[in-house]
Write a protein that binds this ligand. Structure first.
Ligand code: SF4
Ligand code: SF4
Length: 303
């Protein structure tokens, strides 16, 4: 039930981060294709390695690590590009790459939407440590083989190739990810398997940017945020009233929980802004809240 103090939110208010994320993904794609169309090249290359304005190198840290481990000394521009991208995502949330840039999230978001429509269960079928095991395997193969084996099947650049050139040769992989996420395990690829996401998770541990429950006392436990969150396990401590800021680096900073929360509970924060005193206020919140809207049985059903 929505509080009468909150008017019906506008379409923009309910979908703003989703729309901004799609715009961001589209803009990154368009900057690669702008050159041939407009004659003014913003980004040369692809998501693995590119140059901004023909001068600033940008490169995938995972690709660069594989090149180093294969025994080849990469060009200085590749190393510098990996430092720039790695530094950027260390500052801005690690997995924000997954929701604001990576084109694979278009496929996995579509599969999650279909799962919700089909009312399929949200039970985690795959263990979450698999992504780190896969990351270790991806980094182990280059020294053993001398080859960048993972890059032959890495869906992140493959989706880009499909979107930009439509070769059709990688479609089977994208269909496989969609079917896996829809019918086997929710968010199987991004949440449990993707080694690129696993590396960005590790970078995100140092990020000052966090999602926080700014107004925890307003939460009526409608569970709308839990339903749309791509990593719902990260919300459990917040909804149970144990934490104010999300400490789990699985959060992709997608902002969907901010979009769908009619009570305006969440916002982005620098973790330096959140003091121990503010954390204490949410710890005491579940015991003191007597609002009839706040029905704990709804939470227990989900958590
Ligand atoms: S924080 Fe989540 S459960 Fe609480 S009111 Fe907002 S959407 Fe509902
Ligand atoms: S907690 Fe919110 S911002 Fe983080 S992944 Fe879930 S919906 Fe997105």
């Amino acid at each position: 039930m929505m509080s009468s103090a909150n008017p019906q939110p506008s379409i923009w208010r309910k979908h703003r981060f989703l729309l901004l994320r799609r715009l961001s993904q589209l803009l990154v794609l368009l900057t690669f294709v702008a050159g041939p169309i407009t004659g003014y090249q913003i980004l040369n290359g692809n998501l693995s390695a590119s140059q901004l304005f023909d001068s600033i190198p940008l490169s995938d840290p995972l690709l660069t690590l594989q090149v180093l481990l294969s025994g080849h000394l990469p060009e200085f521009s590749l190393l510098l590009g990996a430092l720039i991208i790695g530094g950027f995502y260390t500052l801005f949330g690690g997995r924000s790459f997954c929701s604001w840039v990576c084109p694979v999230s278009l496929i996995t978001d579509a599969a999650a939407w279909l799962r919700r429509k089909l009312h399929l269960p949200r039970l985690p079928v795959l263990p979450r440590y698999l992504k780190y095991a896969l990351l270790a395997l991806v980094l182990l193969l280059p020294p053993l083989t001398g080859l960048l084996v993972w890059e032959w099947v890495n869906p992140v650049p493959l989706v880009y190739r499909e979107l930009l050139f439509g070769t059709g040769s990688s479609l089977w992989l994208l269909v496989a990810i969609f079917l896996l996420d829809t019918f086997i395990s929710e968010r199987a690829w991004c949440g449990h398997l993707c080694p690129t996401g696993a590396l960005y998770r590790l970078l995100g541990k140092a990020s000052p940017l966090r999602l926080a429950a700014k107004q925890p006392q307003s939460c009526d436990l409608c569970m709308a945020c839990f339903t749309v969150c791509p990593e719902p396990q990260v919300l459990k401590p917040v909804l149970r009233g144990h934490e104010m800021k999300l400490t789990a680096t699985d959060c992709t900073l997608c902002g969907r929980c901010i979009d769908v929360c009619n009570q305006n509970v969440f916002s982005f924060h620098s973790r330096l802004q959140l003091s121990p005193a503010t954390t204490y206020s949410i710890n005491s919140q579940p015991q003191t809240d007597t609002s009839p809207d706040r029905d704990p049985s709804r939470m227990e059903k989900h958590l």
